[in-house]
Write a protein that binds this ligand. Structure first.
Ligand code: AP5
Length: 213
């Protein structure tokens, strides 16, 4: 399954819920890239500057990284791609590779989400510095401010969640990623959920779609 939508639409939140409750493997391009930056790997050194500016990382880096990840995941279980593909070029490369592996995308879920929602969500997002758990200062606050409910570690704000970088990420989404909606619609595998709803309601929409497929 591919999750598609603007930054802050709730793709990561829903992918974590699906992984926990339905046993999917969650493959998040953003998480994998951020882990590379944190560990200062060769990939991390190359991508850091793009991510901090809210620009897309060059196609070739992300394609090679994700196709390797998919090959390693193939035998394990059904997987969710969160944040990949993000350009038509990436989508075509993914189709070709899946074809070689005799796999196919069952469905692409588009999170239709308003710009006001997205800005409020991203500016209020906080993450656990140790386990990566995701919070929102208003919508999904931790029990104790600044502290992770799950492991007790400190919460932090992503560098690219500043207002200026959010604006850039939205521009990039509109100019380079949005066209994937038509790309997958033409393949007959696009489904839509209302990303503006609260997380439980989005999850219900998602499970209804899963049950009809
Ligand atoms: P990435 O990490 O993929 O960021 P993104 O697409 O901008 O998505 P986000 O993680 O910001 O949002 P989300 O939709 O997952 O929302 P979330 O669930 O966290 O990518 C980061 C960077 O990496 C890119 O800018 C680029 O540089 C690079 N990159 C990644 N993939 C690439 C690719 N394929 N090609 C090239 N470059 C690539 O929710 C947001 C907040 O809202 C949270 O606080 C959450 O608690 C809250 N929330 C979520 N759902 C709800 C709800 N229903 N109601 C209320 N609050 C909610």
């Amino acid at each position: 399954m591919v999750l598609l939508g603007p930054p802050g639409a709730g793709k990561g939140t829903q992918a974590v819920m699906l992984a926990e409750k339905k046993n999917f493997l969650h493959l998040s391009t953003g998480d994998i890239l951020r882990e590379n930056v944190k560990r200062n790997t060769d990939i991390g050194k190359k991508v850091k500057v793009f991510m901090e500016k809210g620009e897309l990382v060059p196609d070739d880096i992300v394609i090679e990284m994700m196709l390797d990840t998919i090959k390693n995941a193939k035998a394990k279980k059904d997987f969710i791609l969160d944040g990949f593909p993000r350009t038509v070029y990436q989508a075509k490369k993914l189709d070709a590779e899946l074809n070689k592996l005799k796999l196919a995308i069952d469905m692409v879920v588009y999170f239709k989400t308003g710009i006001e929602t997205v800005i409020l969500r991203l500016t209020g997002r906080r993450l656990c510095s140790k386990c990566g758990a995701n919070y929102h200062i208003v919508n999904m606050p931790p029990k104790k401010q600044g502290v992770c409910d799950k492991c007790g570690s400190e919460l932090y704000q992503r560098k690219d969640d500043s207002e200026e970088t959010i604006k850039k990420r939205l521009e990039v989404y509109n100019s380079q990623t949005k066209e994937l909606i038509d790309y997958y619609k033409a393949q007959g595998i696009l489904e839509e959920v209302s990303g503006d709803l609260e997380a439980g309601a989005v999850y219900s929409e998602l499970t209804k779609i899963l049950n009809t497929r």
